[in-house]
Design a binder for this molecule. Structure first.
Ligand code: UD1
Ligand code: CA
Length: 456
């Protein structure tokens, strides 16, 4: 079997993005472009992946970590010069090398596989993945001879008016015979309008040496999109989003309005879950089966159990159990853990709080830095007073207790098991188990006082 290697080009600065963030780190559906590319290559089972890094090297390396080896391109002298930097790692090996640009996140692993297959079948020394976009402007064009064989690639800026009419473009993904590639790279010059060493020139060099050079055209022209600016970034996002929602729908998730549903590349969603319009799911979120995620809910890096409903709410870095109801208009802030069969009602903010099974915070409350047991009822308007301006303190509310409406629980404080806190209390001392605690001014009715004061 032939050995397969891959080179990912990621050293370019990405000037056209006009960004402080390094181009290949711009996220598409929440995942940096270069991660998409490396994920796809890994599906092919390439033995070695070498990423060419330059300006911003540490950031790309931090992102990919041990998933790749790296070669540094100190100066960005062009794509051929970039690939040449991998010579120290791959130069002496025999096999097939796939070269992919870090800014083409939409090229599917199946397409890369088909390209490799075509390359091997045709005994070519080089095979280009080509596409037929609606508008080829900006891409290198594939120049074929009268018999239809690939002759060379000409860059937009070097193309004649006639050549610019060619619709077939270079996707920036290629397969090469590894040794032929590194030999040919030495012959590339920078005699062109941009003064750069162009990788596409390798095609003409190999062809002129009498080698077979072939092209494999993908029929999905959208796949070959190269992200050079924010307009293309938005196009990539739209396409990737459509793919992701389609995957979930095929897996049994109901998505009411796919165009208006935003799901990260890593999210996992169980079957028969319904996503209503405007839902945004970010990061490595896991949602169980038979859930309903209501309109405009925004869930990031969280886990949600089966049969739970979340309506028009925000959930971040938290875990929510099964059969639980959240919202509408609740805010579950990071490090919260909500149990099973629990209820978080409208206008409730929960932060860094553990809420046990069957416990309820139904309306208008702030519960932060708290440990709430099971079967607890927290009345409307309850506030954990967790912050003294300097430090945060813990509130503990034990199993089966009941906190009346509009209570302030001044932390650190514990409400014992089965205890009752009367409505309107400000609790500053621990409440023992089974006690009723009333912490409010006593009401006094002054009969006839209104008349006496002449108020009416
Ligand atoms: C390139 C191709 C073009 C093709 C298009 C597909 C060349 C000369 N042109 O053009 O034929 O149609 O991709 O999207 O290759 N990079 C480096 N080092 C460098 C220069 C670039 O690592 O010195 C990396 C970039 O980070 C990027 C990739 O190579 O990931 C492509 O570079 P870019 O400048 O985007 O090339 P295009 O102009 O898009
Ligand atoms: Ca590009």
């Amino acid at each position: 079997m032939t050995h397969t290697y891959a080179v990912v080009l990621a050293a370019g600065q990405g000037t056209r993005m006009k960004s402080k963030l390094y181009k290949v780190l711009h996220p598409v559906c929440g995942k940096p472009m270069v991660e998409h590319v490396v994920d796809h290559i890994q599906e092919l089972g390439a033995e070695r992946i070498v990423t060419i890094v330059g300006h911003g090297a540490e950031k790309v390396q931090d992102q990919l970590g041990i998933r790749s080896e790296y070669a540094l391109q100190e100066e960005q002298l062009g794509t051929a010069h970039a690939v040449l930097q991998a010579a120290t790692v791959l130069g002496n090996l025999s096999g097939t090398t796939l070269v992919v640009c870090g800014d083409t996140p939409l090229i599917r692993p199946e397409t890369m596989k088909a390209l490799l297959h075509h390359h091997n079948e045709t005994n070519a020394k080089a095979t280009i993945l080509t596409g037929l976009p609606k508008d080829p402007t900006g891409y290198g064009r594939i120049i074929r001879n009268d018999e239809g064989h690939v002759e060379r690639i000409v860059e937009q800026k070097d193309a004649s008016a006639e050549e610019q009419k060619v619709n077939e473009i270079n996707s920036g993904t290629y397969c090469f015979d590894n040794q032929a590639l590194f030999e040919a790279l030495k012959l590339v010059n920078n005699d062109n309008s941009q003064g750069e060493y162009y990788l596409p020139d390798v095609i003409e060099i190999l062809k002129n040496q009498g080698n077979i050079v072939s092209a494999y055209a993908t029929d999905d022209f959208e796949e070959t999109l190269g992200v050079n600016d924010r307009v293309a970034l938005a196009q990539a996002e739209t396409q990737m989003r459509a793919r992701i929602v389609e995957k979930h729908m095929r897996n049994g998730v109901t998505i009411i309005n796919p165009e208006n549903t935003y799901i990260s590349a890593e999210a996992v969603i169980g079957s028969d879950t319904i996503l209503q319009p405007g839902v945004m799911i970010e990061g490595a979120t896991e949602i169980g089966e038979d859930c309903v995620i209501g309109p405009n809910s925004h869930i990031s890096t969280s886990q949600i159990g089966n049969r739970t409903t979340v309506h028009s709410s925000v959930v971040k870095n938290s875990v929510i159990g099964t059969d639980t109801s959240v919202g509408p208009f609740a805010h579950i802030r990071p490090d919260s853990e909500i149990g099973n069969d629990a209820k978080i009602g409208n206008f409730v903010e929960i932060k860094k709080t553990k809420l046990g099974n069957q416990s309820k915070v139904s309306h208008l409350s702030y519960i932060g830095d708290a440990e709430v047991g099971e079967r607890v009822n927290i009345g409307c308007g309850t506030i954990t007073v967790n912050y003294d301006g300097k430090n945060k303190f813990l509130t503990t509310i034990e199993d089966d207790s009941f906190v009346g409406c509009n209570s302030n629980l001044v932390a650190p404080v514990t409400i014992g098991q089965r205890a009752y806190v009367a409505a309107g209390s400000t609790i500053t001392k621990n409440v023992p188990a089974d006690a009723l605690s009333i912490g409010r001014a006593r009401q006094e009715n002054k009969d006839g006082y209104v008349k006496k004061l002449n108020l009416k």
